[in-house]
Design a protein around this ligand. Structure first.
Ligand SMILES: [Cu+2]
Length: 104
């Protein structure tokens, strides 16, 4: 009885949630591991520092302005892109680190 209730409740919850995809972008050898990435509105991008020194992630783009600060190896931070368009992603510590995220 109780199990059946749980199954029905779970189905109701799952059907009302739209699943956002998660994409991972590393920071390795002073570069983003992807130069460009295309995602859908609502998707999440996880930026993981794989270098033995600090990296930063920021964007001044109109669709998403953010600054994740600086963080060391092994740490990651996530950003949800909710608006469509293009975002230029940069690292404040290494000016050559750049990538583009296209949100469709
Ligand atoms: Cu960097």
């Amino acid at each position: 009885m109780f199990n059946r209730f749980l199954v029905i409740a779970t189905c109701l919850i799952l059907s009302s949630v739209s699943f956002a995809a998660e994409f991972e972008v590393g920071q390795k050898n002073k570069q983003f591991t992807k130069r460009s990435l295309t995602i859908k509105a609502g998707d999440v991008v996880k930026f993981t520092n794989e270098d033995p020194f600090f990296h930063n992630v920021f964007s001044l783009s109109e669709i998403k302005t953010f600054d994740l600060g600086s963080y060391p190896k092994g740490e990651f931070k996530t950003v949800t892109f909710d608006k469509k368009g293009k975002a230029e992603i940069e690292c404040a510590i290494h000016p050559n680190m750049r990538m583009t995220i296209t949100v469709e």
